[in-house]
Design a protein around this ligand. Structure first.
Ligand code: M6R
Length: 615
């Protein structure tokens, strides 16, 4: 959630850090800072509250004619301590010689703080991180002020919690020490220069050769080389991985925001998820990395899917899909509940974890808990090489390309597409006929074109947004495969427009939410022509009878309910099992247009972070 970037080499470090921080801003953005060091070890810190642009202005005002060869930077999303300059990173040690940036949470910071206070250290911030920088200095002094690497290692041995850190010291102005436990950290290898970042996006303009650090690993970066260690000082050989993502894939390419770009990328993203996996003639799906044999999959008695946020909504759709096509009972659990609930897992259970980032702390811990209980875990992630991807026994990559906007859009549709593929795969291992496999996959291949047709309704959706952008509350209702879409539509609206919205199974409305309905309440009905269509139409009547405003997402040519709805958005006809791939798109667009009309920053909504790496 917070972002780290560090640089050592011959370029101007302030340029590299500010550029990298801007690319990481989506991870967290209430304040930011840099520590910049000159060749002689002179260390300067600059921090600002607010967006990276504030920091950039301050840095260039203060250091416009100075060049730095080493530096570390951080963009913060507050956990311990409010949003202030003092709480922003980097944090400085008491002597002013050591600077540190940190992602994660030091859980025993209160105990450590008491220990350090007794030793005479004073604290200027309310953060858990400041404890760590003082602790490192304490060990540094014990070692005669000459070995930053071992001071960091010793400090990390007494720390409990999670960290991704980068540390510099003015007595050793030719190295960065970085380490990870539970917070992602990636090393970029250049020629005569090295980088460290919490996310590969920050490195892409400079290098594609990276090393992913594992938990409890530390690396010492110098401009010409790097050395990796475990916390017992043993050297480790790390594999250099080549990143294939294109830089243009993370730039705006003519769109005003990443969220809009990502909404419009959905046809291509879904094609990428299907490419090479869909074999219509054989009615078969092929995956590269499941790492489970067909016999092992046939033996699975139950699947537990665990995830957070939008990924959890995709998981709910996955339950309907896998139960219908794969004939395996499925339970869906919030990862944050699963990990603390002592879930009962049996020998023939399979756990599927879904996460766009592959770094969400709750989902990662749910995965680890499942593995501790001895069941197989499959990961469905978008970010190649992410922690969840690496720790799963096997998995399915989403192939959505980088998702930068905090509100998840194309990752969601690719999650649903991947779950459809997985469910068909399981079905074909059981009773699904060749004909049925062919029929489903043929229709699935038409989805990208159908999404394009929805995207063409942008101006209609903009007009509709104008009508409803001042509403105070929204209700989203759907049934069956489109009940999770109602939840997702409501989440999209609330996270980027700050309008209160609730998603509900349509039939549940009469058990409570119906009391909310009056002439000021827009109710979004997701009502494509499917098995439950007539029942949802009855719910539309119930809302109209109470003077609610009805916005309906209907299948094309459906004129049956037109006189009962205030606004309508049509989607092309498809199988009901695939309809979430279409119905969610106008809801994403509606939320987007409403938020833009309200003048909000949709890519960086308040209080949110793209990747929630704290629990
Ligand atoms: O990276 P993940 O898929 O694990 O992230 C899970 C949630 O934090 C994420 O989906 C969140 O709810 C989004 N902001 C939704 O748009």
């Amino acid at each position: 959630m917070c972002g780290i970037v560090g640089y050592i080499g011959t370029k101007d470090a302030k340029e590299v850090l500010l550029d990298g921080l801007a690319r990481l801003e989506y991870r967290g953005y209430d304040s930011a800072g840099v520590a910049l060091m000159e060749k002689d070890g002179t260390l300067s810190i600059e921090k600002q509250v607010g967006k990276i642009a504030n920091l950039r202005n301050a840095v260039f005002r203060r250091f416009h004619n100075q060049c730095f060869t080493i530096g570390i930077g951080h963009t913060r999303w507050a956990t311990h301590g409010g949003v202030t300059k003092e709480n922003a990173h980097p944090h400085l040690s008491a002597s002013g010689r050591i600077a540190l940036v940190h992602n994660g949470i030091i859980e025993n910071y209160m105990t450590l703080k008491q220990y350090l206070l007794k030793k005479g250290y004073t604290f200027v911030s309310e953060t858990d991180t400041e404890v760590l920088v003082h602790l490192i200095e304490d060990f540094y002094k014990k070692e005669g002020n000459r070995n930053l690497q071992s001071a960091v290692m010793e400090a990390l041995k007494v720390v409990e919690g999670t960290y991704g850190i980068a540390v510099v010291c003015s007595d050793e102005p030719y190295k960065i020490v970085a380490a990870r436990n539970g917070s992602p950290l990636v090393i970029g290898i250049g020629e005569g220069e090295m980088f460290v970042a919490s996310d590969v996006n920050a490195l892409l303009p400079y290098t594609r050769n990276v090393i992913y650090l594992e938990d409890k690993e530390l690396v010492v970066l110098k401009s010409e080389n790097y050395k990796a260690y475990d916390l017992d000082y043993q050297r480790i050989d790390k594999e250099i991985v080549r990143v294939e993502w294109d830089l243009s894939a993370i730039e705006l390419g003519g769109f005003e925001t990443y969220m809009e770009k990502e909404i419009f990328e959905q046809p291509e993203a879904i094609s990428n998820a299907l490419r090479g996996r869909v074999h219509v003639e054989e009615g078969m799906v092929k995956f590269g990395g499941l790492n489970m044999t067909d016999d092992e999959l046939r033996e699975v008695h139950r699947i537990v899917i665990t995830a957070c946020g939008t990924s959890w909504h995709a998981a709910l759709i996955g339950k309907y899909l896998i139960e219908r096509f794969g004939e395996i009972p499925v339970e869906v659990d919030y990862a944050s509940e699963f990990r603390y609930r002592n879930p009962i897992l049996k020998k023939n259970d399979l756990v599927l974890v879904i996460s766009q980032s592959g770094e969400t702390a709750d989902t990662l811990e749910a995965l680890r808990e499942a593995k501790r209980k001895g069941v197989k875990v499959l990961g469905m992630t978008n970010v190649v090489g992410s922690t969840i991807a690496r720790e799963s026994d096997g998995g399915i990559y989403l192939h959505a390309g980088p998702e930068i906007g905090v509100a998840s859009t194309k990752a969601f549709t690719n999650q649903v597409a991947s779950l459809i593929l997985f469910a068909i795969y399981l079905g074909r291992l059981k009773n699904m006929s060749l004909y049925e496999g062919q029929r489903l996959l043929k229709e699935l291949s038409t989805i990208p074109e159908k999404i394009k047709a929805i995207l063409e309704q942008k101006s209609l959706i903009m007009d509709m947004a104008k009508k409803y952008s001042e509403s105070k509350n929204f209700l989203y209702l759907g049934r069956g495969f489109n009940y999770p879409v109602a939840l997702e539509g409501a989440l999209k609206l609330k996270e980027i427009s700050y309008i209160h919205a609730e998603g509900y199974p349509a039939a549940e409305m009469k058990h409570g939410p119906i009391a909310l309905i009056d002439e000021f309440m827009p109710v979004v009905f997701i009502a494509p022509k499917d098995a439950l269509y007539e029942k949802v139409v009855s719910n539309i009547h119930e809302v109209k009878a109470r003077h609610g405003k009805v916005i309906a997402i209907l299948s094309e040519k459906d004129e049956h309910v037109l006189k009962y709805v205030d606004d309508v958005l049509y989607i092309p006809q498809t199988f009901e099992e695939f309809s979430p791939l279409l119905t969610v798109v106008p809801l994403q667009m509606l939320a987007y247009e409403i938020a833009r009309l309200r003048g909000l920053d949709v890519d960086k909504p308040r209080n949110l972070a793209k990747s929630v790496t704290v629990e």
